[in-house]
Design a protein around this ligand. Sequence first.
Ligand SMILES: [Fe+2]
Length: 399
Amino acid sequence: MNNFDFYNPVRVHFGPGTVKDVGLLSKEIGTKVCIVSYRNLGFLEPLCAKVVQLLEAEGIKVYTFFEAEPNPDITTIARGADFCRNNEVDLIIGLGGGSAMDAAKAVAAGVFYKAELWNMVYSRQYGTEVVPPEDALPMLMIPTLPATGSEMNQCSVVSNRVLKEKSFIWAECLYPHTAIIDPELTVSLPAYQTACAAADSISHVLEIYINGEEDSPLQHSFQEGVMRTVIDYVPLALNEPGNIDARANLQWAATCAINGWASPGDAWTPIHQVAHNLTSLFGVAHGASLSALMPAWMKSFSSRRKNRYLQFALNVMRVVPGGKSEDEIIAEGITAFEGFLKAIGVPVTLNEVGVKDTDLDSIIDGVKKVSFGEGGMLSCIPPVSAEDIKKMLKTAQPA
Ligand SMILES: [Fe+2]
């Protein structure tokens, strides 16, 4: 296993109904709060009103920046940072799914960032030196979608619609102070969003599991646990949307998938690096962009990491090995996983998300621009070339 430096300071306040404590928990951190959430609040409107009420009951001055769009744009972040700076806000609350929380984090850092905000974002395009932020306002996160894990990590994913890029900021100052993880907030999620969230949670560990280090048994056990939990509980949540036990397990699995515990020393996310381009170029929802690629990725690259895929088949998809060859077990595992994704209702091909053959080169160009490493390859074990990606994308487009 690799050396690593692990740090995660986030206080987690977990459980059904815990959002009621937002006033008391916020009072410990700040006195002038800005809630960052979506431009179209939709079904979150009553929750936002309740949070405002709970904060004001504790004597906290509340501002709102309900301007985040799905895949928040860097221009929105800039406006949010100006708004918080001008109002001398001392605590940011991110309320919503990944886009709301990531916008909140980028705004919190943007308040102090002196240079062009896009310089915070990891991208190799134009040879620009990435300068991660070093300071941010304290943050409290209230996730309403069990997916991105943003509530307990140091990452914020943002977009630049002018450059047609989607990438991430990675900085220690982006760890929230506190996360209130209340599974009751997810019971009204529509089925498709529940399924897309599950695909995202799985991908956060699956990608490392099949593309990362071989000799990391404890990490692999963590990753298997996250995947099995999601695979077991998402059908229950889809059949019984109000099943709070299912919702709680999905919430905690999503958080643990990407808070660092499952993968210290190992952080390969090559499928995300390709999938981000489906979003930035064609507007495909994040979870769907991943589910549309995962089966093709596995079919394309399983022969390079047979042991990892064998473990996946046996320990995650619970393939019964009796009398089968290793290759048969691996193939059965991938088929079972693809079947699971289909069954929960997410796309498993590029055709289903409207990506055409003529679009493939633009996807590859995007991956090259943002994510290719020094050696002209996409980083993972073993590294993946542009030609490999093209073949994989074609596999995701069955005739
Ligand atoms: Fe993700």
